[in-house]
Write a protein that binds this ligand. Structure first.
Ligand code: PXL
Length: 283
């Protein structure tokens, strides 16, 4: 049976991120993906000015109302960028409604990067993002978001033992089984660190760091991670795959020469993701 995922993110029309990344990546992985858009923007909010912003909270309630009249069943629930604080309650309700024993609930607590909150995010929304993490099986913050969730100050280059401690405390505090922190440097490699609380196992996978600042890589990585997990891969396998896919997307972006604010060329790395999903054994 084809698995179904509900992706709850904004639609930024230009500058590949959120839904314009999540939908194609999950679809390429063979998943049936539906969307619940949180906001409509002309571009994402990093390095663009003058963008339009339409909060979709009211429309989300109407869309969810219609969903409830349909026999929908989701095997994966995936949230990211939210439009405003009021949406937290609605997304919590959607999660509670569609979660069943086998659902995988992934929360990417999108709110900040490099020590700074995103332009449209309020302190209240960031403070309460933990409410969604409490419902999650797996959370995928970057280092800034992990620090906010743990109510501690942000350090750009923590030691790996500090990262391990953050992962353990995130799982303990929010009651999730797994956590992945992105943007981790270890042994001169840049990648993601993953923790499985059920087995108390830690895992890191990285690639050579690139000096440029890319956009939308968190969404590329989290979407590929979810794709791997939904296709039955272990946390370690899915993390490696997601890091490699993100790295390949960044390399293709540099080949293309388009300004980096337009997001990464994940489209050109999709064949690699699909091949890996078709050939990596399900352990
Ligand atoms: O990739 C995270 C993200 C998602 N959506 C919007 C953003 C950002 C990051 O800047 O601005 C609208």
């Amino acid at each position: 049976m084809q698995k179904q995922v509900l992706a709850i993110h904004d639609l930024s029309c230009v500058g590949r991120c959120s839904l314009t990344v999540a939908l194609p990546v999950l679809s390429a992985a063979g998943l049936h993906v539906s969307a619940l858009p949180t906001a409509l923007l002309s571009t994402h909010t990093g390095e663009f000015t003058g963008y339009t912003y339409l909060d979709l909270t009211q429309e989300m309630s109407r869309i969810y109302g219609h969903f409830q009249t349909l026999p929908l069943r989701f095997d994966g629930l995936y949230s990211g960028f939210l439009g405003c604080w009021e949406q937290l309650t609605l997304v919590q309700e959607v999660f509670a409604h569609y979660r069943h024993a086998d659902t995988l609930l992934l929360v990417d607590p999108v709110m900040a990067d490099q020590g700074r909150l995103y332009a449209t995010y309020t302190e209240a929304l960031a403070r309460d993002m933990g409410r969604l993490c409490h419902q999650a099986d797996i959370i995928v913050p970057n280092l800034t978001e992990a620090a906010i969730l743990l109510e501690e100050s942000y350090h750009a280059r923590p030691s790996f033992s500090q990262v391990e401690s953050m992962l353990r405390r995130l799982c303990c505090r929010y009651g999730c089984r797994q956590a992945v922190i992105t943007g981790i440097v270890r042994d001169d490699l840049l990648g993601a660190a993953a923790y499985d609380a059920d087995h108390d196992t830690m895992f890191f996978h990285g690639c050579p760091p690139l000096e440029q600042v890319f956009y939308g890589t968190g969404d590329v990585l989290a979407s590929a991670l979810l794709a791997g997990l939904m296709r039955g891969r272990s946390l370690a396998q899915a993390t490696s795959l997601a890091v490699d896919f993100t790295y390949q997307s960044m390399l293709h972006t540099l080949e293309n020469g388009l300004p980096l604010r337009y997001g990464v060329a994940f489209e050109q790395a999709l064949p690699m993701l699909v091949r890996a999903l078709d050939t990596t054994p399900v352990l």
